[in-house]
Design a protein around this ligand. Structure first.
Ligand SMILES: [Zn+2]
Length: 201
């Protein structure tokens, strides 16, 4: 199973309600892209390919990006042929926005991603890689390559820590949007990335 059942059901439900004929193929990771969409006008079918990804949150996001292309292809087939519809033009943006909103309403993204995805859906980018805040937010769901590394997200609220290559000590207060509110010894507030490498004290 390439995605959790809930996410698969959501994709199936969008395809059913919009009459989209879509097949999804998982590919070994490609460096140049996270996924793509191919439209065959004669059979009115879409094929979506997705890079194999352990990070299911990112995989689901890329699947929805491509699903929006499938939506546009099915609904604007003739204009697509006449090249009146650009790949990441207003039609695609609107479709992606609606699909993301539905997915958020159904709580299909982790709560830590809600704000950043809501933000992204207001003005979707053609290239997921160009939204740095989004990419950074997804990395918290990557499997840690070195388990000895401790990140701020691994601590509990109230824990004290030192940042790598910095002498001040901080206390983690709580998660605010996508960053942790922390205070230093002088009570000054800082918003620190959940991915920051820390030494617990
Ligand atoms: Zn695209």
């Amino acid at each position: 199973m390439f995605l959790p059942q809930e996410q698969i059901d959501f994709i199936k439900q969008v395809c059913a309600s919009e009459n989209l004929n879509v097949s999804i193929v998982i590919k070994p990771p490609r460096k140049t892209k996270l996924g793509d969409h191919t439209w065959t006008p004669s059979t009115r079918t879409s094929v979506i390919t997705l890079n194999e990804d352990e990070n299911k949150q990112r995989l689901f996001f890329v699947a929805l990006h491509e699903l929006a292309h499938a939506y546009v292809a099915h609904h604007y087939n003739r204009n697509l042929f006449r090249r009146k519809v650009r790949p990441h033009g207003t039609e695609w943006k609107k479709a992606f926005q609606q699909i993301l909103e539905q997915a958020l309403e159904n709580n299909l993204f982790h709560e830590n991603l809600r704000d950043v995805i809501t933000q992204h859906s207001k003005s979707p980018k053609a290239n997921t890689h160009s939204d740095i805040a989004l990419l950074e937010a997804f990395t918290q769901f990557d499997k840690a390559p070195h388990s000895q590394i401790t990140q701020l997200k691994d601590l509990n609220d109230g824990d004290r820590f030192r940042l790598k290559q910095a002498s001040s000590t901080f206390t983690r207060i709580k998660l605010r949007r996508t960053r942790y509110l922390c205070k230093d010894e002088n009570g000054r507030s800082f918003a620190i990335s959940p991915m920051a490498e820390v030494s617990p004290l």
